[in-house]
Design a binder for this molecule. Structure first.
Ligand SMILES: *Cc1c(COP(=O)(O)O)cnc(C)c1O
Length: 468
């Protein structure tokens, strides 16, 4: 990769008087723009010739890493399989050019798709109704918790303000509960990485009448199947609370078991994870919320219209292309792939919880801790070999978490390539630890200060020149 090209901003490539555009003929007639709306001086735009512009943006885009460049084994928030046919469907002009304020008689096809998607999701989850308004998983959690809160209020049960969340949960679970004005009570994981039932019984005994809901993820964030859900659901329902299911990553469950049958009352699904739609950089997403019969009247108003329609379109195309017969294969294949990688690497990477995993699993860094090579170093070194790093330092249960989710669609050759490189890095950690600790060596930028980048992003040219 070319560091020099990467370093240049388009403004720095600008030369006064260079032109790289040609405007189309004016078909619209001339309009007089009122003087007070006009600029008083020229906008500070870069002036570049066409090849410079094209090369600049093409080189920038080459520095991106995505599922179309290579293997992307990110656990939990995975970029799962995004078939191109779904992109084509979502890009159909009949759908893409819809306007939410169009007369309903002209949008019947789109509305029918929403209804059919709702039916498919009901069938897959065992719940009775879905709302498509939420724009993301976290937005879905908030919507679901507000639904639960509304339900308790409707019964005059006003003291239920606590939500039980497992310590292995995705960070958005406690965050959504807090945004909803609810208090978080954490339930511990047992030695096997599952919800500690004794700890839960103690909490329910203590807090019973104050509990609004219990949030669970299954398979949980360690990629483990929670075995005691029917008992947990009974315990929670008996104390008057509801069961919430975080279905962000529903893929391992598809066609095999349904949250509704297990005793969950409310759930969200991340269509952008489970049912395709690439979502790098934070969007776009859709987090529809499903409920048991009777709870739909408590859906809150969280956004206008029908959510992110193109994401729903992709999800529907994906479900249809799999069909009832093949939707069942997603989970077993994802599980097979994850277990294959886990078993092939567990002699060199620390596997804190052994046994069969579902679609993902977590290592606790390298097995040999004497080298000083951390999970961060392994993740950075992977970039030199052309792989996206797995999820790191999450879940928080282990110090050196490295969470791998290969997804169902990757070939054995791809998995073998990844395994080989992971083993190679484990070897390098012993023979040349400094190479791993100072990685990456082949990317335009090495190690950024994540906190600084998040808290003080420099995103404009002006800001940059001010700082110099
Ligand atoms: C990704 C994820 C979420 C949050 O979804 P967003 O769309 O990023 O808001 C919640 N729970 C789990 C388990 C997830 O993997």
């Amino acid at each position: 990769m070319n560091n020099k090209l990467y370093g240049n901003l388009i403004f720095e490539l600008s030369r006064e008087g260079r032109k790289g555009y040609s405007l189309p003929k004016n078909h619209y007639g001339n309009y007089v723009i009122p003087q007070e709306l006009c600029r008083q001086e020229d906008a500070a735009l870069p002036e570049c010739d066409e090849p410079t512009v094209v090369r600049h943006y093409t080189n920038l885009s080459n520095n991106n890493f995505g599922v179309d460049n290579g293997f992307y084994p990110l656990g939990s928030c995975t970029m799962k399989y995004n078939p191109k046919i779904n992109e084509e469907m979502a890009a159909e002009p009949q759908f893409q050019n819809l306007h939410p304020k169009q007369p309903v008689q002209t949008t019947q096809g789109a509305l029918a798709m929403v209804t059919l998607l709702e039916r498919a999701l009901c069938e897959l989850t065992g719940l009775a109704h879905f709302t498509f308004k939420p724009y993301a998983g976290a937005h879905g959690e908030l919507t679901g918790l507000m639904t639960i809160d509304n339900y308790h209020r409707s019964r005059g049960d006003l003291q239920r303000k606590k939500v039980i969340v497992p310590d292995s949960a995705h960070g958005t679970n406690p965050a959504s509960a807090a945004v909803c004005g609810l208090e978080i009570v954490e339930v511990k994981s047992d030695a096997r990485g599952l919800v500690d039932f004794e700890d839960l019984e103690r909490l329910v005994e203590q807090e019973g009448p104050n509990i609004a809901a219990m949030m669970m993820t299954n398979p949980n964030t360690l990629g483990l199947f929670e075995e005691r859900i029917p008992e947990i659901a009974r315990l929670i329902h008996d104390c008057g609370a509801l069961m919430y299911y975080d279905g962000a990553n529903l893929n391992p469950m598809l066609g095999a078991c349904r949250p509704g049958d297990m005793g969950f009352d409310v759930m969200h699904i991340n269509l952008h994870k489970t049912f395709s739609t690439p979502h790098g950089g934070g969007g776009p997403g859709a987090g529809p919320v499903g409920v048991r019969e009777g709870l739909q009247e408590f859906f809150p108003f969280v956004s206008p219209y029908h959510g992110n329609f193109a994401v729903m379109m992709r999800a529907y195309a994906y479900i249809l292309s799999l069909g009832r017969e093949h939707v069942k294969e997603v989970g077993p294949l994802a599980t097979l792939n994850a277990n294959y990688i886990k078993e092939s690497l567990k002699d060199v990477y620390e596997l804190p919880i052994d046994g069969l995993c579902c679609h993902e699993f977590v290592f606790d860094g390298l097995k040999d801790k004497s080298t000083g090579v951390t999970t961060m170093d392994v993740a950075k070194r992977l970039l030199d070999y052309g792989y996206h790093a797995p999820t790191i330092y999450f879940p928080l249960l282990f110090h050196e978490s490295l969470m791998v989710e290969p997804t169902e669609n990757e070939s054995k050759e791809t998995l073998d390539g990844f395994i080989e490189v992971m083993r190679k890095i484990a070897g390098e950690a012993k023979t040349e630890p400094d190479t791993v600790k100072s990685a990456p060596h082949l990317t335009p930028i090495g190690r950024v200060d994540d906190v600084l980048a998040a808290k003080h992003p420099v995103v404009t040219f002006r800001q940059m020149s001010n700082e110099e």
